[in-house]
Design a protein around this ligand. Structure first.
Ligand SMILES: Cc1cc2nc3c(=O)[nH]c(=O)nc-3n(C[C@H](O)[C@H](O)[C@H](O)COP(=O)(O)OP(=O)(O)OC[C@H]3O[C@@H](n4cnc5c(N)ncnc54)[C@H](O)[C@@H]3O)c2cc1C
Length: 298
C-alpha cells in the first residue's frame, strides 16, 4: 500500500479491495472450520490407559529395573516434562543464572513427543527452521524443510547437552503430586521415586497429550503397532538412552487438595500451533494448578 493511501485512512487499515481479500470473511471461514472440529465431549473423548491397556504405558526405550535413591532438594524451580517446552524453560533459566533447577521427566531422555513417537515417517509439519527451538544457540541447521522424528529427537538431546541440562534431569521419574505451601512460599513436588523437591517456582510442561487414547480408536480390537502422540510403541526396544536419573511408569493419579489460586506456577507447551485437543488436562493433579493462566507471585 502506498504512503498516500495510508495517510488517507485515519486508522491505516487497508480495505478488502486493496488487500485483495476480505479479512472478515476469512476470519469467518476459519471460525467455521474450527467449529467443525470442536467436540462437546472435550477431554472425555480420551480414555486413560489403564487395565488391559496398561502395557502401553511401559517405556520400550529403557532397560527395566532402574533404581536410584530418593532425592530431597531445595530448588529455585522444578520443571515437569523434558520436551521442547521444558527444555526451553530450562535453557532460558540457565541463561539468566537460575541454575538450581530440576527437570523431571518420566521418559528415559529429553525429547518429549519426539522421544515417545518413533514410528516410521513421523515428521513435523511446521517448517523445521521455525519449529525447532534454540537453533541459533546450538548452531544447528536442520537437514530438511520438515524434519523427520529422529532428527528432532536428536536436536532435543543437543539442547540438553549444550545447556548442560543432563545433570539437572531426573529421568524415568514421574511427578505424582504438587502442593503449594503458603507459609513456606514453596512448592512441594513429590515423585514415584520418593523424591521430595521444594521449589519457589514450578513450571508445568507436561505436554498437551499425555497418557490417553482417543476413545474411538477401538483399542480392544487393535493389533500390531499402535502410535499416538502420547505413546509411540514399537515391538523392538531400543538401547538405553543417556540418563542422569533414569523406572517403570505408573499411573498419573495424585492426591489433590482444596482449590485455590496458583502461585509461582507456569504452564507451558512448546507447540507452535493450537487446537482443542492441545488443552488436554492429563497433568498431575495439583492443589492449585487448575488454571492454565501463568501467574506469578513472590
Ligand atoms: C508426529 C508429530 C508431529 C508434530 N509436528 C508438530 C509441528 O510441526 N508443529 C508443532 O507446533 N507441533 C507439532 N507436534 C506437537 C508436539 O507435541 C509439540 O510441538 C511439542 O513437541 C510439545 O512439546 P511439550 O514440551 O509442550 O510437550 P511434550 O513433548 O509432550 O513433552 C512433555 C513431557 O512431559 C512428560 N511428563 C508428562 N507428565 C509427567 C509427569 N507427571 N511427570 C514427569 N514427566 C511427565 C512426558 O513424558 C513428556 O516427555 C507434533 C507432534 C507429533 C506427534
Amino acid at each position: 500500500m502506498s504512503e498516500a493511501t495510508m495517510e488517507a485512512k485515519p486508522n491505516g487499515i487497508p480495505t478488502p479491495e486493496e488487500l485483495g481479500f476480505d479479512p472478515a470473511a476469512l476470519r469467518q471461514k476459519y471460525a467455521a472450520e474450527r467449529a467443525k472440529r470442536l467436540r462437546a465431549d472435550g477431554n472425555n473423548q480420551y480414555q486413560e490407559i489403564t487395565g488391559a491397556h496398561e502395557h502401553y504405558n511401559a517405556d520400550p526405550y529403557v532397560q527395566p529395573g532402574f533404581t536410584r535413591p530418593a532425592m530431597h532438594e531445595e530448588l529455585d524451580a522444578v520443571i515437569i516434562g523434558g520436551g521442547f517446552g521444558g527444555l526451553l524453560a530450562a535453557a532460558r533459566l540457565q541463561e539468566v543464572g537460575i541454575t538450581e533447577i530440576r527437570i523431571i521427566e518420566k521418559a528415559g531422555d529429553f525429547g518429549g513427543t519426539w522421544y515417545w513417537n518413533r514410528y516410521p515417517g513421523a515428521q513435523c509439519d511446521i517448517e523445521s527452521y521455525v519449529y525447532l527451538p534454540l537453533l541459533e544457540e546450538t548452531g544447528y541447521m536442520p537437514k530438511e524443510k520438515y524434519s523427520f522424528a529422529p532428527e528432532i529427537y536428536e536436536h532435543a538431546q543437543r539442547i540438553g547437552k549444550h545447556f548442560n541440562l543432563y545433570k539437572r534431569a531426573c529421568f524415568q521419574t514421574q511427578v505424582k503430586d504438587v502442593r503449594w505451601d503458603d507459609g513456606a512460599g514453596r512448592w512441594t513436588i513429590t515423585t514415584d521415586r520418593g523424591d521430595v523437591f521444594k521449589a519457589r517456582f514450578m513450571i508445568m510442561s507436561s505436554g498437551p497429550l499425555n497418557r490417553s487414547f482417543p476413545r474411538s480408536r477401538g483399542l480392544r480390537s487393535s493389533k500390531g503397532i499402535l502410535s499416538t502422540q502420547a505413546v509411540g510403541t514399537t515391538t523392538t526396544p531400543a538401547g538405553t538412552p543417556p540418563a542422569a536419573c533414569t523406572s517403570s511408569r505408573t499411573n498419573a493419579s495424585a492426591s489433590s487438595g482444596p482449590g485455590r489460586p496458583p502461585f509461582n506456577v507456569y504452564r507451558i507447551s512448546a507447540s507452535t500451533r493450537c487446537s482443542s485437543t492441545y488443552s488436554s488436562a492429563r497433568l498431575p493433579r495439583s492443589t492449585n494448578a487448575a488454571t492454565s493462566r501463568p501467574t506469578r507471585n513472590g
